[in-house]
Structures are given as C-alpha cells and as structure tokens.
Design a protein around this ligand. Sequence first.
Ligand SMILES: [Mg+2]
Length: 169
Amino acid sequence: MKQLLMPKMKFKDIYSIDFVLLYNMGYKNIILDVDNTIVPWNNHNITIRLFRHIQYIKNIGFKICLLSNNSSKSNVKALADGLQVLYAHKGAKPFPGAFKVALEELDGCIDNTLIIGDQIFTDILGGNIMGIGTVLVDPISKKEFITTKFMRLLERILTGRKIKYDNRY
Ligand SMILES: [Mg+2]
C-alpha cells in the first residue's frame, strides 16, 4: 500500500520540471491537475508565466489534459480553452475511471503518460493504481478545501510529506 502513495518523481512546481528530459524518456502525454498545481485554489486566472510555460511544454511535443476533482466542468473547460489544452471531467481521482477518460482524450497509453499533481491521495495514488508515471509537486497555496487540509494531515502521517509553501499566494 505504501508503495502506491510514493510518486515516481518529485519537484517544487511545474516550472522546476525538466520536460525535455521526460520527453526523451518516452513520455508524450501529461494529465495535469488544476487546483494548487497550476493555479492557486479558487483562482483560475491565467498568468502570462503559466500560459507561456504550457505552450513551452506543448512545443516540446507533449499533449496535455487537465483533470480536476474540485472545479466545475465549466471552470475546467474555460481554463483548458484559455491554455489551449484538452480536459476531462468525469469520475474522480484516484479512481481509474477519471484517468481512463483523460487517457482517451489524449489518445495516450499507460507507458507514455504522466500525471502531475499536488495531492498524494488523488493524483499520485490514482496514477500509481493506473500504472502511469507520477509526478508530485508542492501545492501553490496554503488555502484549500477543508477536506484537503485533512488529507494533508494524513499525507504527513502516512508518508512523512513536508510541504514548503510559496509565500506569494
Ligand atoms: Mg490539486
């Protein structure tokens, strides 16, 4: 069980990831969490930095599909349209159904797809159950759903995870 909670890779944020290296390793598709992975929770404004970084990742050759548990379908669609990426909105992480819909959108397979997210019990557990590559990043903001705060406590107890928050948010 504990193995299923361990990410394959860990980075501070999406800007610290070497996407060229990952592409050369054979990964071609990214399932990307939304809240606290690419935008602060409850604030879906697209910054120029985020927009440019997503275009950079796409220019390397990656296909990207947003997959969120928290945000409404219209919010995720608006964000996906703004960033010019795909999105999936069915089921919930960590359950395989949500990942399967995203994989279909991407036309990807488990060997060439990564999930990038900030939560162990949704993004990482779900990705590991599916058998896709898992990348854990620190959450952008300390502001989170009350249920997520509880999950953070479990993350710390069960995996020893310590989070360094970015003080800008
Ligand atoms: Mg998240």
